[in-house]
Design a protein around this ligand. Structure first.
Ligand code: SAH
Length: 445
């Protein structure tokens, strides 16, 4: 009995797919890369933009002939295409899909495969308890003792209604996981060889706000970094409104918490920010960046930007350009505004920036950012940095610096899961190359 999982979208989906794989292996299935030979196919989908949604529909259609050839095949559609608010329409359009699962919930699939052994059909908690997943997460076999860096969801859903964003509708209200579950999961990951964890939430710095007397993100970071075997802790995505001093202090003071922050600005013009209902001004954002840099001088900062939001004028766009030009951030994830059904922006605003204009603005920011990051990375040339190596790709070992820069090293030694000092010999905007400095011995912290 074999399973195959296709994953599209954010890191949360990657983590969710890992859970599904783990659940399936618990039930006796084994993983296959070959979709044709699978008995169970999971499509874990994303709908944050139209392009992602189109991809999911394309993939889904390509499964129809497989199902016709093999009626016993179980097809599980999961993730944001399904969402938390019912899936009657999808069911009618794709009658060959057997199981529909909301994001982060292996429940319906497990229930289907165990034919009612687990009663409640859409109850993630029951499933997790059945599979003992709150106690520990047994990684799928393919990743056990090989996975160096794992993603750990700490906040499910999102309750912050940015006008353009479909995620709150698809992932439901914000729910923080109990701290004990998170720490237990990190312990079990460490026991399986994981050295770095990235804590995940749509607005990760809101962690714990829905749990009375529970810890906040700063306190959680401390608890997680105390887990034996864990060498590095990261977290994403942060929202400027909740990025407070206590969190900055935690990053500055906890040596295992890496100096890298994902802090989306989305736009650099105050009117656009208001129309997006982000809740801060461009100056607020600049102030936070200044504060981070003052306290954590070597910190890298990534941001997200949407170009062509409804009503965005050339002048407003140029404000965004200027913020990026001034702040010189390490990464800018750029997106062209995409209308999402049901959102406030779609209901109340005109998608009035044309496709070509969106593309032009996208390219302008892309070029600007490429130059900025090339300059930032050039400063690493000749420097010695600690790199945690994850895997060998096309003959070269791939790892990351504390600031999340990609580093490649040619070496015949096995560097997987090694945290070693390297000297940077070449830098470009997207990656760096390095030489090993010394003989490789694992660094014990
Ligand atoms: N929760 C995070 C972002 C998660 S979605 C936050 O608060 O910022 C990932 C990114 O997709 C967003 O940061 C945004 O830049 C982009 N995005 C979301 N909705 C979009 C839309 N309708 N069109 C284009 N990009 C969008």
């Amino acid at each position: 009995m074999k399973y195959h999982i296709w994953t599209e979208g954010c890191q949360m989906n990657v983590a969710d797919s890992q859970r599904v794989g783990s659940a399936l292996e618990h039930l006796g299935y084994s993983h296959t890369e070959q979709i044709e030979s699978a008995d169970v196919i999971v499509m874990n989908t994303c709908v944050v933009r139209q392009s992602a949604e189109d991809k999911a529909y394309g993939r889904l259609s390509s499964l129809k002939p497989l199902k016709q050839k093999n009626p016993g095949l179980v097809i599980n559609l999961m993730g944001c295409l399904v969402g938390v608010r019912g899936h009657e329409k999808l069911k009618a359009t794709f009658p060959y899909v057997d199981v529909f699962s909301p994001p982060s919930d292996p429940g319906p699939l497990v229930s289907h495969l165990t034919q009612g052994e687990i009663r409640s059909n859409e109850d993630a908690e029951t499933t997790r308890r059945f599979l003992a997943m709150d106690e520990e997460l047994i990684l799928p076999v393919a990743e056990r003792d090989k996975l160096v860096s794992a993603h750990v969801p700490i906040v499910y859903g999102c309750s912050h209604a940015c006008t353009y964003c479909i995620i709150p509708y698809k992932r439901g209200v914000e729910r923080s996981r109990p701290v004990g579950d998170i720490v237990n999961e990190v312990r079990s990951l460490a026991a399986q060889g994981v050295m770095e964890v990235t804590l995940l939430g749509q607005i990760v710095d809101r962690y714990g706000k829905d749990i009375p007397d529970g810890p906040n993100l700063a306190e959680l970071l401390k608890l997680v970094s105390e887990v034996d075997g864990i060498q590095r802790v990261r977290f994403l995505t942060s929202h400027p409104n909740y990025f407070g001093d206590e969190l900055i202090e935690a990053i500055a003071n906890l040596p295992k918490v890496m100096p890298h922050i994902e802090l989306p600005i989305q736009a650099g013009d105050d009117t656009v920010l208001q129309n997006m209902r982000r809740g801060y001004s461009q100056q607020d954002y600049r102030d936070i960046v200044a504060k981070i840099r003052e306290r954590i001088p070597d910190c890298s900062i990534a941001t997200d930007i949407i170009v062509g939001f409804p009503g965005e004028t050339e002048e407003q766009f140029l404000q965004t350009y200027k913020v990026l030009e001034d702040l010189k951030l390490d990464v800018a994830h750029l997106a062209r505004y995409s209308m999402r059904e049901g959102t406030v922006a779609t209901r109340r605003m005109q998608d009035d920036v044309g496709d070509e204009e969106k593309m032009r603005r996208f390219r302008l920011l892309e070029d600007l950012q490429e130059n900025i990051v090339a300059d930032i990375n050039a400063r690493y040339l000749g420097q010695t940095v600690q790199v945690l190596f994850e895997e060998k790709v096309k003959g070269r070992w791939r790892g990351r610096t504390p600031t999340n820069k990609l580093v490649f090293v040619e070496s015949n030694e096995n560097l997987q899961g090694r945290l070693v000092a390297v000297q940077i010999t070449w830098t470009g905007p997207w990656s760096m190359q390095a030489n090993l400095l010394t003989q490789v011995t694992p660094i014990v912290l």
